[in-house]
Structure formats: C-alpha cells, structure tokens
Ligand binder design. Structure first.
Ligand SMILES: Cc1ncc(C[n+]2csc(CCOP(=O)(O)OP(=O)(O)O)c2C)c(N)n1
Ligand SMILES: [Mg+2]
Length: 640
C-alpha cells in the first residue's frame, strides 16, 4: 500500500497544480503563475477554502506560494488576463481560473473560445451544481427536461481542447494529467476545462502521495522528416518569386533568429500575419510587413505575384489570405511548416509537420547556395521603402490633414505614431478589436520580438485591459500600452480595478471616436450606411440613432475606478502624456484619454475581406455594394 494523504478534491487540485512545471530546451518554469478567480457559493468553500489554506502559511513572510490568488472583476476578463500572460511567456506558463456555478462559469465561455482559437493555454475550473443532485434544482442550475446530466458547463465542450467533469474523487488524477498533457502540447493547446461540482470540491478522499510529486511537462520541438525538408527545398529552389508568410507559430517556437538566418541566406522576403508580426524586426531588409486584408502595399503586391508561398506557423485565416484573393498567380504553390497537421495541410500545400524553429533551420541547411535574384530583391526593397514612407506620413500628418480636424481631435494614425515613437523598443503594444488592430498591423514598427500583441484570432472587444494586466504580470521589465477604442472600453473597463488592487502598472490609451469607427466604415463600404454604429441620442424627429452626441465621459469613468487619468486635446499634449506615463513610477493603471476623428483612414493596400452583401435590396447603396462584391468574389480562388 502506498502512502496516502486525506484532502478534499479542491485541496488536491490546488496542491497538485502548485507542483506542475513546464520545460523546453532544458529551461524549466512553473506551469501556473497563480489562480485568478471570483468566488460564489459554487467555489467559495471548495477551491476558495483550498486556496486560503495554501496561502496562510505564507502570510507575512517571504515565501513562494506556488499558487497565489488574484481577485478579478469579471470571469471573461480573468481568462483574458491568463491568455495575455501565457502569450507573453510563449505558452510556457499560464494561470488557473476559478469561477462559481452558473453565470460565473458561463462568463468564461468567451475567454475559452478566445484561448482555443488563438492556441493559448489556460486552465479553467468552472464550478458545477451538485453531482449528488441531492438538493436539485439549486440556485443557478439549468434543468433540461430531456437530459438530467446536462449542466451549463457542457457549453465548454466545443470550446475546450480537453474537458472533464470530476463527479467522483477517483476521477481526479486522470482528469488532472489529461489537462496538463493538453496544456503543454504545442499542437493541442488551448482552453482546458475541468468542471468541478460544488459538492465534489468539498468531499474528502485518501489520495496517493505520488499524485502531489513535482512533475515537469516537456514541451516538444518535433523535428521535420528529412524527406519532407528535401521536398520543400526542391519546391523553393524552383521558385522565381517566393514569399514567406510568418505566423504566430514563429513566436511561440522562438524561431525569430532561425527565420532571420533563413532570410539572410536566401533573400526571400517575409510578410507577417497579426500573430506573426514582429517575427522580423522593423528595419530587417527582407521584411515587407503585414499581409492580407490589413496588409501593406508591399506584402500584398508580392503576394499577388508569388509563385511559391512558404507559410510558417500560420493557420491561414481569412485576414491573412484576403479571403483567398491575396495569391493570384495561377500556378502558385504553398509549402507549410507547422507543428499542427491541420494547419500544415492548408491551401493544398506541401506539408512539413514540425516545430517552426527546427524546420526553418533544416530548410536553411537544405537551401545552401540558393538565393533569390537581384532584381527580385531590388523590387522588394523598393516596395517596402514606398510603404514605409506612407507610414512616416501617417505618423506625422501634414497641415493639410490636421487643419481639417475639429479642435482637440487627432488622427488615429498619429496617435499610433506618437505611442510608437515615445515608447521603449521593448514595450508591448496590445489591442484586439475595432479599427486599431488593422492600423497597428499595417503601421506599427516592431522593435522587439515580444513588442507586439494584437489578439486577432477572436478579435474580442474587451480583451485589451485584462490582457494588458496579464502581459505586465508576465514581464515587469516592459511597459504595456493597451490601445482601446471607446466601444472596447465600455465592453470591459472592470479590470482597471484589478490593476489598482494588485498595483499592476499598465498604460491604457483610450481612443474616443464616439462609436464603432471600424464597423461603421465596414457598414458604409457594404452599403449599410453606418447603421447603428454611432454613439448618438435617438433623435425625436427621425426616431433614429442620429441625434446629438451622448454626455458620456469615459475619462471620469476611468478615474472613478481608481485609474490615474490624463486627458489630452492635442498632439503635443499626447506626447507629454506618454512621456509622463513612461516617466512616472505609478503602480497601477494610467489611462490616456484622446479623441480622434474617425473619418481619417490609414493608407490602404486595396486588399479585400469577404463580408457578404444582401443579394437583393430596396436600397441603392446596398445594390451598388453588391455589384462591387461580385467583382471581388470573382477574384477568389477555388476552395482548397
Ligand atoms: C465582443 C465583441 N462584440 C462585437 C464585436 C464586433 N465589433 C468589432 S469592432 C467593433 C467596434 C469597436 O469599437 P471601438 O472599440 O470603439 O473601436 P473603433 O471601431 O471605433 O476603432 C465591434 C462592435 C467584437 N469584435 N467583439
Ligand atoms: Mg470607437
């Protein structure tokens, strides 16, 4: 008989999680930095009691509580914080999130989807209603007449890469091991959900002590098969106009240096997806910037002509392929280096299933002596310098642009320019939804491999502030600039309070443009006349949302939540505010409130995004948009 220890299920979960480590390339770190949570009756006496019992011995003395607790304000937000942290730590470390039964748990669903879509590890512990059902229906319990074992937590199943519900203590060890395996698998990783019924959390059991031994989970770097590398090299050698597309996998694998070495050796130009931006740093001679719907003229011109496209660590989203209109050469072939078979096989490509760093190194070796010709290299350099000039003009708009703006308004491009130029190279810019992700993709000059963090897998309004907290917790040597629109801010300002409580220094740039600049412009381009996208009073006469501006003061709102707020009304004031925020050692959130004119757009590359337009309509604007839509549809490549 092995030794046992008597603990509740929740105590066992907490003790186990504190003993988990991850390791890659021989470097070891704790898998979990801590536990974020909001307590309710579903977890206060279970997981809550266990966390308390864990924390108390460390009270008032230096020590290393392996699972410190952080109180969040919204359960969706705490998953975003965990995602921000894990992404900043290259998926080697993350947080646990505990929520109460019912709404507390279902609030995490959006965060779960975001984590899984972005392939970022987070461990979610939704609480469940009684496994024994002894007092059912309990508060917040869903009763389904057709299935007595269904709970609201079943909604996590399609959003999780691993799901289990621990109805009996005996199930816990395999549930925990399955969860750890999934979190640390570069292919499988995403949201991992262990649903813990509230009665089971409090139930005691005699656990084998081995369950709580320290465990180290190896994060693999699978190498490519030699024959696949040889086949990929043969395709690339046959190309006249090759283009490499760098995705998030380059960052997660730490393949930036291997990519730079590949480019230096071959001269092949590199375009970047949102998650892959920063794979090459600004100024690298082979960089042609953002690709696709929010791409640069340089990358999209090369994409249109490319005869071989090498995708590295990309999942080929519609924004990357401009809804399958970016690559126009009839004979274009794809080579995909990806650790995930599902991505490696996309676009009918030659699939090389491997870790990005390993595969790039092997491919560089296999291509020795191969370089693109000088003419192609020259063309790429010219395209890039043309684009970079446009960026410079956008960062520093001339009088002809600024004199047309109403008093106190800036252009969004100059806001991004000021933040780019006055932040430190290692600082992190963070964004998720609205018009800024596209503008950042095009315009931001990345000066450090971890300096760019735009969540564009789920593009979730409200990600910005909580994720910025996660990034800052992950690396306190960098400032984080969370770029938030007024819409995104209103979706989730709550975690400013968490940043105040935990004294987490984040800099929020709140861009007020009175509504949805992004969706408004999209609506207009699709013939829907910016319907329902402006923050305006309902007009008494028209009965429509086109009355006067609303008396909403988001600066006062942020101040009321405890943030240090700086309101700016000119470029000079914005510059002073960024400098002040950088120079101060304020331990907590700083919010810079700036108003912009939503009618000034970033430079365009003429790229497209497929958003279907009504096929029949009473509106002339919609009919015209539909005619234009059909022209673009004609450019789409067949489904491969
Ligand atoms: C949670 C969520 N709801 C809806 C959307 C759709 N959406 C994308 S951008 C946007 C408007 C964002 O407004 P704001 O943050 O003010 O940015 P702006 O468009 O003005 O730049 C909306 C509603 C979304 N991405 N996320
Ligand atoms: Mg807005």
């Amino acid at each position: 008989m092995s030794d046992t220890v008597r603990l509740t299920v929740a105590q066992a979960v907490v003790r186990f999680l504190g003993q988990q480590w991850s390791e890659r390339d021989g470097e070891r770190q704790r898998l979990f930095a801590g536990c974020l949570g909001i307590f309710g009756h579903g977890n206060v006496a279970g997981v809550g009691q266990a966390l308390l019992q864990q924390e108390l011995p460390f009270d008032g003395r230096e020590g290393d509580n392996p699972l410190p607790y952080v109180l969040a304000r919204n359960e969706q937000a705490m998953v975003h914080t965990a995602v921000g942290y894990a992404r900043q730590r290259d998926r080697l470390q993350t947080w646990v999130c505990t929520a109460s039964v019912g709404p507390g748990s279902t609030n995490m669903l959006t965060g779960a989807a975001l984590a899984t879509i972005n392939r970022i590890p987070v461990l979610l512990l939704p609480s469940g209603t009684f496994a024994t059902r002894v007092s059912s229906p309990v508060l917040q319990e869903l009763e389904q007449p057709y299935a007595a074992d269904v709970t609201v937590n079943d909604a996590f199943r399609p959003l999780s890469r691993f799901f289990d519900r621990v109805n009996r203590p005996e199930q816990l060890p395999s549930a925990l091991l399955g969860a750890m395996r999934t979190l640390t698998d570069p292919v499988e990783t995403g949201a991992v959900t262990l649903a813990l019924p509230q009665d089971v959390q409090a139930e005691a059991f005699d656990w084998p002590v081995e369950l709580f031994a320290e465990r180290t989970w190896h994060i693999a770097r699978p190498p490519a098969e030699a024959a696949r590398i040889a086949a990929a090299a043969e395709v690339i050698r046959s190309a006249e106009r090759p283009l490499l597309v760098a995705g998030g996998g380059v960052h997660y694998s730490g393949a930036e240096e291997a990519l730079a070495a590949f480019c230096d050796a071959t001269g092949i130009p590199v375009a970047e997806t949102q998650a892959g931006k920063g794979s090459l740093l600004h100024g690298h001679p082979q960089l042609v910037g953002a690709i696709g719907s929010t791409g640069t003229t340089a990358a999209n011109a090369l994409a249109a002509e490319a005869d071989v496209v090498i995708g590295v660590g990309t999942r080929w989203s519609d924004f990357t392929t401009a809804s399958r209109t970016a690559f126009r050469d009839n004979g274009v072939r794809f080579v995909n280096l990806n650790v995930a078979p599902v991505d490696a096989g996309k676009q009918g490509g030659l699939s090389v299933v491997a870790d990005a760093r390993e595969a790039l190194a092997a491919l560089t070796a296999a291509l020795v002596g191969h370089v693109v010709d000088d003419e192609y290299r020259g063309r790429q350099a010219q395209l890039w310098s043309d684009w970079d000039e446009q960026v410079e003009d956008t960062y520093h708009p001339g009088d002809e642009v600024t004199s047309a703006l109403a008093a106190g308004l800036l252009t969004q491009g100059e806001v991004l320019g000021v933040v780019n130029e006055l932040s430190d190279p290692r600082d992190v810019v963070l964004c998720a939804a609205g018009s800024m992700p596209g503008d950042l993709h095009k315009l931001w000059r990345v000066r450090d491999r971890k300096g760019y963090h735009v969540e564009y897998g789920y593009s979730c309004m409200g990600y910005e502030i909580p994720a910025a907290i996660g990034v800052r917790l992950a690396d306190e040597t960098r400032d984080v600039f969370a770029m938030v629109g007024d819409g995104g801010y209103l979706m989730m300002p709550t975690e400013l309070v968490t940043a105040v409580q935990e004294r987490v220094r984040i800099i929020v740039v709140l861009v007020q443009n009175q509504g949805f600049h992004s969706i408004g412009s999209l609506s207009e381009s699709l013939g829907s006349q910016r319907f329902g996208t402006r923050y305006r009073y309902r007009d008494d006469t028209s009965g429509r949302l086109d009355g006067g501006p609303l008396p909403v003061d988001l600066a006062a709102n942020a101040r009321s939540l405890g943030a240090h707020v700086i309101e700016v009304g000119s470029r000079a004031e914005l510059e002073a505010a960024v400098k002040e925020a950088k120079a101060s050692d304020h331990a907590g959130p700083v919010v810079i409130h700036v108003q912009t004119d939503p009618t000034v757009h970033a430079p365009d590359s003429g790229s497209w995004w497929d958003v279907p337009v009504a096929e029949v309509s009473e509106l002339e604007t919609t009919r015209a948009a539909h005619a234009a839509y059909l022209v673009h549809k004609g450019d789409q490549r067949p489904l491969i």
